[in-house]
Design a protein around this ligand. Structure first.
Ligand code: ATP
Ligand code: MG
Length: 619
């Protein structure tokens, strides 16, 4: 391909909103342009690399037996109402109406569409396991699209879904997908960090995210210090992370009662104008560790059976069918934890099988606890189901809110003075906590999620009534897995990991072209040699960009560095005039140039490129 016939609008200046390297370089190297906030066009050079990411993903999906299909991007609202996500996904769903006033959405993900398809076609266990995938456009009306294609509104995702007769079969596909993901990222030249992840309201028994380290990453990763010595592999998203308890085990009600035997009865203390834990600490001259912090939460789309708690503030949503499990659009809960710890809202949401959990408004706190914010406590709290963290079970002489303005209790004891509706791990793990596996110290890094594999379980197959006949002719519901990778985000992350001051440094597997040939002046013998070399390389399957522009060599060199093409071959009169005609070769990764015989250059470069490709694919 000749440069002059291509469309590579490189730029010297950087767009004002481009704060990360990949965003800056994708603009400057002419890979993308912005159409509107969160909406990008890939230009020819960018699209070539984009297609290579897609191809690698496709090859690895096909290798594990996944089958590619192409469902529509516009999907009927009915499917999303069936699964409950028409309400649960809120404003991130782009909703549209057709001329008949029927509701549709632009697909942000496709569990519903794939499940509906399989529901209509699945009849026998003989068809299982089945894995289908697409590499297709997604739209999410992100509140704050940023960092270029890293977080766009429209983007491309590979999403795969699998259906199984049992947990073993799901586990096998889940493991194979995990391996396929590792190969995909390796072939893209990326260093990824697989971490345990939240499996959310969907329940499910396994979830792994593939992260890249990034200062601007949206995810906090909790890692074990022993990992650096290869001794422990604990790595988790903070949303999911657990740590070893810094107290002696969890107590049952009976144990707690016994432990409280010598604690004086709880009594009220005046705490005028004391609202926060810090204020309470200085007022009582005590450590936060001795307080029970109680927070009131509003949970949305709760899929727990709460019929046995008549007093709780809940709002049931209309069931899609009479025998479908109850779903509550809104439920209020209280959550208590030791004063020096923080509640992890994602863990809490998972326990409550809620789509989201947020702190209740001040008005709701007053309405539900009878006290202003800052005075909630577990003793005498009858209006809300109480979830307590494990840390509270060992607290038998604590200070806590007394459900009245300017009042707290002291000598509060779990088991004796209050009980919980649920006891679980709802603590946010922090740097410095102890690894749950090996006991070493934990530390944190920021990460960006590139992919996610997930055991969904029966969430969609039950709500959407998918069934098949098992070997005994009995109707069964299949279990399900889902597996996503963001194509755009993967591409941008490769640039984050592989660039320098001058531009992108593509791994050969994703480079838009493998080699750029730069004739010092595209004329006469130089032109002849450049054309011939380009033809030889092209015939050998190497992708060549011949810079035939009538530009100064410096301009061409800068563009070659900026666009990151792995090898640069410079051809000039001086080299050609040698006894054995020479060309100058430079790898984008290295500083030094070296001379190569013109008539051996094609073969040598072809070998180099194949070697690098083989190294990346690890075979
Ligand atoms: P995030 O937490 O970053 O919003 P997510 O958990 O919502 O991501 P998934 O639903 O798991 O993402 O989607 C699978 C993949 O799609 C992600 O791992 C990511 O690579 C990609 N992705 C998700 N949202 C975007 C976006 N707005 N722009 C680009 N890629 C995205
Ligand atoms: Mg995710």
């Amino acid at each position: 391909m000749n440069y002059s016939q291509n469309f590579i609008p490189t730029l010297r200046e950087v767009p004002a909103d481009a704060v990360i390297a990949s965003h800056r370089l994708m603009f400057r190297a002419g890979l993308i342009r912005k159409l509107a906030n969160g909406l990008f066009a890939y230009l020819p050079l960018g699209l070539r690399s984009f297609r290579k990411v897609e191809k690698i993903i496709k090859e690895e999906m096909d290798a594990v037996g996944a089958l590619e299909i192409k469902p529509p991007v516009v999907q009927p609202a009915e499917l999303w109402k069936e699964s409950g996500r028409w309400d649960a996904m809120g404003q991130s769903l782009l909703r549209v109406k057709n001329r008949l006033d029927h509701d549709f959405i632009v697909s942000p993900t496709a569990e519903e569409a794939f499940t509906a398809l399989v529901r209509d076609e699945l009849s026998s266990y003989r068809q299982l396991p089945l894995t289908l995938y697409q590499i297709n456009t997604k739209y999410r009306d992100e509140v704050r699209p940023r960092y270029g294609v890293m977080r766009g509104r429209e983007f491309t995702m590979k999403d795969a879904y699998s259906w199984h007769e049992n947990e073993n079969s799901l586990d096998k596909t889940y493991q194979e997908m995990g391996q396929a993901y590792r190969r995909i990222f390796k072939r893209c030249g990326l260093t990824v960090l697989p971490v345990k992840a939240d499996s959310g309201a969907m329940g499910g028994s396994g979830s792994e995210e593939f992260m890249v380290e990034s200062e601007v990453g949206d995810n906090t990763l909790i890692l074990c210090k022993s990992q650096t010595q290869g001794l422990c592999d604990y790595a988790a998203n903070v949303e999911k992370a657990s740590c070893k308890a810094d107290f002696a085990g969890i107590m049952s009600i009976e144990e707690a009662k016994t432990a409280a035997a010598n604690t004086p009865a709880f009594e009220k203390i005046d705490t005028p104008n004391v609202k926060t834990i810090d204020e309470l600490c200085s007022f009582l001259n005590a450590e936060p560790k001795t307080f029970i912090k109680t927070l009131i939460y509003r949970a949305e789309n709760v899929e727990l059976d709460l019929s046995s708690i008549p007093s709780c503030a809940k709002l049931e949503r209309k069931k899609p069918s009479p025998d479908a499990p109850a779903v509550y659009a809104e439920v209020f809960f209280a959550a208590a934890i030791r004063g020096d710890l923080d509640v992890n809202e994602v863990k809490l949401a998972a326990i409550l099988k809620a789509s989201e959990v947020t702190l209740a408004s001040d008005t709701d706190v007053v309405r539900l606890t009878g006290a202003p914010v800052g005075f909630a406590g577990p003793i005498g709290l009858t209006t809300l189901p109480l979830v307590i963290d494990h840390s509270v079970t060992v607290m038998n002489n604590a200070v806590t809110g007394a459900l009245a303005k300017d009042l707290h209790y002291k000598h509060a004891a779990y088991g004796r003075d209050f009980e919980a509706w649920l006891v679980d791990d709802i603590r946010t793990v922090k740097a410095g906590d102890t690894c749950i596996i090996c006991g070493s110290e934990l530390y944190t890094k920021m990460g960006n999620e590139l992919g996610h594999i997930f055991k969904l379980g029966y969430k969609y197959t039950r709500s959407m009534n998918v069934s098949y006949l098992d070997v005994n002719g009995k109707s069964q519901t299949p279990t399900m897995g889902c597996y996503g990778i963001g194509v755009d985000r993967t591409l941008a992350s490769v640039i984050e990991e592989h660039h320098d001051e001058a531009g992108i440094i593509w791994p050969v597997s994703l480079a838009p072209y493998h080699i750029t040939i730069i004739p010092i002046k595209y004329d006469g013998a130089v032109k002849e040699a450049a054309d011939k070399l380009a033809d030889q390389l092209t015939a050998a399957g190497i992708e060549v960009l011949l810079d035939d522009r009538n530009e100064r060599p410096g301009v061409k060199f800068n563009d070659a560095d900026l666009t990151g093409i792995p090898y640069r071959v410079v051809i000039g009169d001086k080299g050609l005039g040698q006894e054995v005609p020479q060309v100058e070769v430079k790898s984008r990764k290295e500083k030094e140039t070296f001379m190569a015989d013109l008539d051996k250059a094609a073969e040598e470069l072809t070998q180099k490129i194949h070697k690098e490709l083989t190294l990346l694919s690890g075979c």
